[in-house]
Write a protein that binds this ligand. Sequence first.
Ligand SMILES: Cc1cc2nc3c(=O)[nH]c(=O)nc-3n(C[C@H](O)[C@H](O)[C@H](O)COP(=O)(O)OP(=O)(O)OC[C@H]3O[C@@H](n4cnc5c(N)ncnc54)[C@H](O)[C@@H]3O)c2cc1C
Length: 306
Amino acid sequence: MMTRPCDALPPVRGSYTPDAALNDLVWFRAGGPAEILFRPADVEDLATFLFAKPVDTRVSVVGVGSNLLVRDGGIPGVVVRLPGSFGKVTVDGTRVTAGAAALDANVARIAADAGIAGLEFLRGIPGTIGGALKMNAGCYGREIKDIFVAATAINGTGGIVTLQPADMGFVYRKAQVPDDLIFVGAVFEGERDEPAAIRMRMNKLVEDREASQPVKTRTGGSTFKNPPGHKAWQLIDQAGCRGLMRGQAQVSEKHCNFLINTANASAADIESLGEEIRARVKANSGIELEWEIKRVGVPPSAERSK
Ligand SMILES: Cc1cc2nc3c(=O)[nH]c(=O)nc-3n(C[C@H](O)[C@H](O)[C@H](O)COP(=O)(O)OP(=O)(O)OC[C@H]3O[C@@H](n4cnc5c(N)ncnc54)[C@H](O)[C@@H]3O)c2cc1C
């Protein structure tokens, strides 16, 4: 692959890694590398990079890749991954402030320990707060929108932006915000309850998930959004896709809106299995499934434009 030299990029205190494997950083454990992986030292370092980068630099951001399918040719340009230093979580009254790299499950646990209810659902989402904000992540009837107070992000030219609820454009599994925004943190609001009661609800949620979803496999979570009035898994099941395989990618037997990398599936196997499902569901029910998983990057043969 043609990799742009890192010295064409502004000096940073964090690290640049050229041709960085991403497959260990995403849940599917499949797909190609980042042309350059950038781990900023802190918010100021990220802002400086975005301000000073050459204008034609493509910048994207990954969390822990629990909703990502990275194509086999990798991701051109600079891929930002916020390190643990962006993962601080603090509590003030019934408010929780979390850095964008904080794991949702940790935020849920810290809220529970502090006697703040309403954030339990985050325990079931295996991503970061940055990914949860972008995806309006949710489960068991609650989503980010319901607890959101404000978020802070850096825009494509390094400016700090504060977003109020009206700025987030939350819809089902999506925040309608400008593509160049990189979230660095958010404030959430819950309500008072006994830590023991909150923990009990959280544990129940984890048990229910483990019983119904292949949460301990190489997967990207729910592959398709539920179309209005329908459950994606039911449409997939009715179209006869449960267990269907393409290469080493498989439609989960346990929950057929989940695709699984059974061993060493390529991203192309996983994506074409998804497209096969879409075609079968369309033929069977007339309904077009919409991808919930974000497919990013390029196929191996594609020329990288920078
Ligand atoms: C087993 C399993 C179960 C799941 N269950 C659920 C569920 O119940 N409910 C649900 O909603 N989701 C679920 N998911 C999907 C996934 O966990 C969520 O979408 C999660 O919010 C993604 O977070 P992430 O950090 O992994 O983001 P990634 O997958 O890395 O990225 C997802 C998107 O967010 C963007 N992004 C990430 N960080 C930032 C940032 N700092 N600033 C701006 N954009 C950013 C990325 O560019 C990308 O567009 C599940 C996934 C798995 C594997």
